[in-house]
Design a protein around this ligand. Sequence first.
Ligand SMILES: Nc1nc2c(ncn2[C@@H]2O[C@H](COP(=O)(O)OP(=O)(O)OP(=O)(O)O)[C@@H](O)[C@H]2O)c(=O)[nH]1
Ligand SMILES: [Mg+2]
Ligand SMILES: [Zn+2]
Length: 350
Amino acid sequence: MGAEPLPGRVMALQANYCLVGLDGPSELGTGGRLLCTRRTRLDKSGLQVCVGDRVTVASVDWGAGRGSVVGLEARHNLLERPAVANVSRVVVVVSLAEPGLDPLQLTRFLITAEATGQPVQVVLSKIDLLPAVEVEGWCRRLEGWGYGTVAVSTRSGEGLATLRSHLGQPGIAVLCGPSGVGKSSLLNALAPALELRVAAVSGRLRRGRHTTRHVELFALAPGALVADSPGFNTPSLPTDLQTLAAAFPELLARLRASPCRFANCRHQGDPGCAVGDTWDRRAIYGRCLEEVEALAGARSRGGQARQGDGGMRQRGDRLEPLLDPQLRRASRSTRRQALEQDLSSPGRED
Ligand SMILES: Nc1nc2c(ncn2[C@@H]2O[C@H](COP(=O)(O)OP(=O)(O)OP(=O)(O)O)[C@@H](O)[C@H]2O)c(=O)[nH]1
Ligand SMILES: [Mg+2]
Ligand SMILES: [Zn+2]
């Protein structure tokens, strides 16, 4: 039994356990992993750990490779879905074909990614299925949205070296995106020893089959962790308009250059709108805006959605945190309080 708590990082969640990668050398060698109980209430808020969390482990049984998480460090940030704490960059992967790229769906992934406050990047996958000129067109289009892109193919190997250099940076990079776009295939291409499960797309729309079921962190280089995650189709939107607008880099750039006449401008042809009508994602922004407004309207009519459930909402068979986006952008301590209400759970994403 070890006496001093040992520092480490949550690499994956498994049922009621979490897999903790220990920082230093231990009786398990370097980079040893312990299966730890995670039902322990870490504090009175009942906060649970999430992949990416920095934790301390005690009551270690080296022979059995087991331990107990006894401490949790404050999170720097949280990607809500897939739930990963302390991310350094979010890489949204979308394929150009099989399944085809849906700009609204991509935007919803980008909005979730932007909420972390960390750098966001787009990987365009399966470029072997499209003429180079179309790939180039998508790259330019996404640059217009304010995003750097890497165009890749696991079949031809194109773009893999560039992607490796991005993912090989210190910190945690999260690969997220729809099912079947090739997230796990990309990691297998970069690190064949991982042998992650992949599966062919199916159906008329060539959709993925939800092959990856859990978020897991892998070391691509010393200090460089990358998370593979289960694909899902419809990331949710923020609950307020300021957060929504802040997730469109090209909109922010125009507003910084010259603000609209009215502070509550919807940028949909409003009088005195400085953003104008010519930006690519105007209609997509409009769709998201309508959805956020409709949800806000339903909340203000019902009232109970936010207050009655302790900041949680039901999605499918699990509870998800209702983090107030304004809190997320508030001071670090306020943000921590918000995070402490967060019950993160892995599992099936759709
Ligand atoms: N043509 C082509 N097919 C690819 C490429 N990369 C992956 N695929 C195929 O796409 C399918 C889905 O790949 P996965 O790696 O399982 O996709 P995923 O994004 O991890 O899917 P989920 O785990 O369900 O989220 C598999 O049949 C892969 O062989 C590529 O560059 N080109
Ligand atoms: Mg996968
Ligand atoms: Zn405007």
